[in-house]
Design a protein around this ligand. Structure first.
Ligand SMILES: Cc1cc2nc3c(=O)[nH]c(=O)nc-3n(C[C@H](O)[C@H](O)[C@H](O)COP(=O)(O)OP(=O)(O)OC[C@H]3O[C@@H](n4cnc5c(N)ncnc54)[C@H](O)[C@@H]3O)c2cc1C
Length: 408
């Protein structure tokens, strides 16, 4: 009998964990599973801000996919997906290759929301992928070197738009890593400016007051200029125009004002909101019983009106249910409804501080920073057991030279 073909699009949190679950559940020869990803490495998205400032080596942020999967059960194919035809059950790669499937998982992650603000798409930097954040790192280095030549202050003013979870982590990393980059290039750190621009009245909108007050105070102590209730109107690569008409001279604007689903989602011919597919309780795409969608490409509703926010936490939990459901679908068994269990969230501010909430408890400071590391380690454990946790931890002190380079 012909083996069913399962194709997984994207080896991020959702895709990779699903492939691990399938490898565990499927009997030998029960199905052919192919995992397709743009690159041959998986990047730890929740740590990308570190790549942007060079505070973590590349081999701590990127992991070779081939080392993470069970080759007896999963085939890995490196390729960029160009389109998906859900009616023809066909995935087309940019290389021109077509891949047929019986069951499909769409886990293609996120894209960046620019809200049509002039100049953002063209000139701002994105914390979207390993390559996009590596580009920030190279750009900062280049600006510091150039500043020594022309003393143009726009080169050493670093602005982050959006002071939500990711924006605060990026600011924290600039505080952590910029002094060393300045020292290496001979630029006095005191001359640099770190500017946080946020449209809401506070940093970390939606967080507990205690967490907001703590992070605001900490950032102020570190000399960060905080512009809340401030909207960016335009950016031309050299200066930001804000809504009171003032200009902020900067050649580095890091955009962190929200995410949407992957651009490919809008071309799949199914209803979407913010480029995300609203999935049913079993994580399937409405109208296609053989197609699943999880992570940032999907929208799973908490109730009739509110979706759960896209996080690694929900992507991982969905992946575990999705693995079960794909196997059940192959075996003709009943599928499980997905249930989300929120465990809390912790935003780092550099390596030594963090803020967040675990259960009902608001945590902050060094203890929260430790909890953040525990969360990261738990993810590594799910991905590769104690061996991977140990290997990655060891790389703090003994990292190998950069293996993956960003395109400029
Ligand atoms: C800086 C930062 C910090 C964060 N911190 C946290 C945190 O502390 N806690 C938390 O829960 N969440 C956090 N998040 C959110 C979290 O990272 C995402 O929700 C999570 O990565 C979603 O997983 P995913 O599998 O949907 O997508 P991703 O992990 O983004 O994976 C998508 C994969 O698809 C691949 N892909 C995309 N397009 C194509 C294509 N055309 N062809 C082939 N492959 C493609 C990508 O290369 C990638 O490997 C953070 C995000 C950022 C940016």
């Amino acid at each position: 009998m012909k083996k069913p073909k399962v194709v997984i699009l994207g080896a991020g949190y959702g895709g990779l964990i699903t492939s691990k679950k399938l490898a565990k559940l499927l009997n030998a020869g029960e199905a052919e599973v192919t995992l397709i990803n743009k690159h041959d490495y998986h990047y730890i998205t929740t740590q990308l801000h570190k790549t942007g400032v060079g505070t973590a080596s590349d081999d701590r942020i990127t992991l070779n996919i081939a080392d993470l999967i069970d080759h007896h059960k999963i085939d890995f194919k490196k390729g960029k997906i160009a389109s998906v035809d859900l009616n023809a059950r066909l995935v087309r790669l940019e290389s021109g290759e077509d891949v047929q499937y019986d069951y499909l998982l769409i886990s293609l992650g996120f894209g960046v929301q620019t809200f049509g603000i002039p100049g953002i798409k063209e000139h701002a930097f994105e914390i979207r992928s390993f390559r996009s954040t590596k580009k920030i790192f190279h750009h900062i280095q280049k600006q510091l070197v150039a500043y020594k030549e022309d003393q143009d202050p726009s080169r050493i003013n670093f602005a982050v738009a959006g002071a939500g979870f990711t924006g605060i982590e990026m600011i924290g990393e600039l505080i952590e890593g910029l002094p060393a980059l300045c020292e290496a290039t001979g630029v006095p750190y005191e001359k640099t400016r770190i500017i946080s621009v946020e449209a809401s009245p506070t940093l970390l909108p939606g967080f507990e007051k205690e967490a907001i007050d703590y992070s605001t105070e900490l950032l102020k102590q570190e000399g960060v200029e905080i512009l809340t209730s401030t909207k960016i109107k335009e950016y031309n690569g050299v200066q930001i125009r804000i809504d009171n008409g003032e200009d902020i001279p900067t050649r580095t604007l890091i955009w962190s004002c929200g995410v949407k689903g992957n651009d490919l989602i809008d071309k799949m011919g199914v209803p979407t909101i913010q480029s995300r597919i609203i999935v049913d309780k079993d994580l399937r795409v409405p109208g296609f019983k053989n197609v699943f969608c999880i992570g940032d490409s999907s929208m799973f509703m908490k109730d009739e009106k509110t979706p759960y926010p896209p996080t690694a936490q929900i992507a991982i939990q969905q992946a575990l249910t999705c693995g079960d459901n794909i196997v059940s679908a192959i075996r003709g068994q009943q599928l499980k409804s997905f249930e989300y269990h929120h465990k809390g969230s912790v935003a780092s501010i550099g390596d030594r501080a963090a803020v967040g909430k675990i259960g009902k408890l608001t945590i902050k400071g060094a203890f929260a920073a430790l909890m953040k590391q525990v969360i990261e380690m738990r993810y590594l454990f799910t991905l590769g057991g104690p061996a991977l946790v140990f290997k990655q931890f060891f790389k703090r002190w003994h990292s190998t030279p950069t293996k993956v380079y960003a395109k400029h």
